[in-house]
Design a protein around this ligand. Structure first.
Ligand code: INI
Length: 183
């Protein structure tokens, strides 16, 4: 049961947590409570079978953690190379707490992979740093189809869902910083 349904709050990945005890510094950190958050998803269509699985994983994770479907927007773009442009427009609008980017770049026989994967990663990072809006990278950059399937709902999980959870956490961190007057 999700927190939105009255279940226990979901746990953050990793060690995290507040270190209590004498001399422990105050810690600002996020939660996986998505209620009241507005989250956009930018999903590329290239390698649609994979990208679609990542998109489904992201939407399902957002819903599980309490983000209302009415507070989600999905933007589809042709390929991973185009993801940063759409993310930039969304981030600049100020309407979303975080933006999740999903897509699939598979290494082929040409150097195209390096350019597409590299520019997608660089661009997404740049949008986040230039706007201050958390922009999460759920784009697969892998050598083989099997590696991609493992990470798109297969034995290694779903990177779209992982990015969605990270988006909620970062949105909460950003709101917490704002509440402290940092932003
Ligand atoms: N786009 C992807 O999302 N994944 C790929 O694997 C890929 N490959 O391999 O070419 C890809 N290319 C298209 C690219 O993202 C742009 O849409 C295109 O270059 C037009 O700008």
């Amino acid at each position: 049961m999700s927190p939105a349904q009255g279940g226990a709050p979901a746990k953050l990945r990793g060690r995290g947590g507040t270190r209590s005890g004498p001399g422990a510094p105050p810690v600002i950190q996020g939660t996986l409570d998505g209620t009241g958050l507005a989250i956009a998803i930018v999903a590329s269509r290239f390698n649609e079978d994979l990208a679609g699985r990542l998109l489904d994983g992201a939407v399902a994770a957002l819903r599980t953690h309490g983000v209302a479907p009415a507070n989600m927007t999905v933007v589809r773009v042709p390929g991973a190379f185009e993801i940063p442009t759409a993310a930039l427009h969304l981030a600049r609008s100020g309407r979303w707490d975080a933006i999740v980017c999903v897509g699939a770049v598979l290494r082929g026989e040409t150097p195209h992979f390096e350019w597409v994967a590299g520019e997608a990663a660089r661009g997404v990072s740049r949008v986040a740093l230039e706007t201050g809006v958390p922009v999460l990278f759920g784009v697969l950059t892998v050598d083989t189809l099997d590696q991609a399937l493992d990470r798109a709902g297969g034995k290694l999980g779903n990177r779209g869902a992982d990015a969605a959870e990270a988006a909620i956490e970062m949105a909460r961190v950003t709101r917490a910083l704002s509440a402290k007057g940092v932003l």
